[in-house]
Design a protein around this ligand. Sequence first.
Ligand code: BDR
Ligand code: CA
Length: 342
Amino acid sequence: MKQSIIMDVDTGIDDSLALLYLLASDDAEILAITCTSGNVPAKQVAINNLAWLELCGAPDIEVSLGSEVPVLAPLMTTEETHGPQGIGYAELPAPKRSLSKRHATEVWIDLARRHPGEIVGLVTGPLTNLSLALRIEPELPKLLKRLVVMGGAFNHAGNTLPTTEWNIAVDPESAKMVFDAFSGLPADRRPIICALDVTEQIEMKPEHIAKIAEIAGSTPVEVIAESDVDGTLSSASNKVVKYLSDAVRFYMEFHVSHDQGFLAHMHDPFAAAMAIHPELGETKAATVDVELAGSLTRGQTVADWRGMWGREPNADIVVKVDPPRFFEHLTQRVGDYARRVG
Ligand code: BDR
Ligand code: CA
């Protein structure tokens, strides 16, 4: 049985690997990719997704443009983290595929109505599109099988401001609206939240890219070395390996320049894996809300672990992960896929 998925993304280096992972997964079917502004503007996000799909010769998955700005906050993007186009040093061939004529909100609503209780919604960017869709169809939380979100930081430092994580910080109003709207669901349908507390443990290292390349049968041996001149491009024979390596190298250079080591936090691929294999993380129920007013803490996700607010839990927060197990799973799938399509 394939798990149907709507991906809402701000592609993004780690969103790119999340996409490759789901394309590689025989137990998943991406019904649509909806694009939001975040890492880079939404139109560029859309181009990136179309380009990856075309590179992989993937099925004709609907790619739809969503909101180009957050509902209230001024847009911020982060080319510094993800590169000028959002995919690091990778320069993917321009896609010939075209964008859907439907807006992202229409796609979310139409698919959820047509497949009630079947679709997992996976959001690895700001929650703008989903919050806009909820205004039109407040029943979305009941129509979806489950929601999986990469976002937030609970007992962990932020990556945007001291207490805020990027996807929430870009559009805090949308995040609050989504957490509120997804309250009151049965325990087995509560949104799964993959926050920095665990996604910063998902450290991709050069050997993981080398492993994907090896499984893909790519030559020569794929080496991303910290001592390389910044921006050194891959000469991998396998095109998926080459562009993935060029993208991830940029992310590793970014992380090392921020004193996090020569590695890349693969937030979004982990969330994608939780969408089809929730056993890859251990969760704990809590009530989550978003600070909108704080002059220092606006955009902070707050988890009430002990029921102090007297509100039912509205989220299953991932509290424990097994990074080696995750990377074994990821590299095998993406490596096999790259061998098939690259
Ligand atoms: C999140 O922010 C983005 O930069 C990444 O793509 C990820 O979704 C991590 O905070
Ligand atoms: Ca993202």
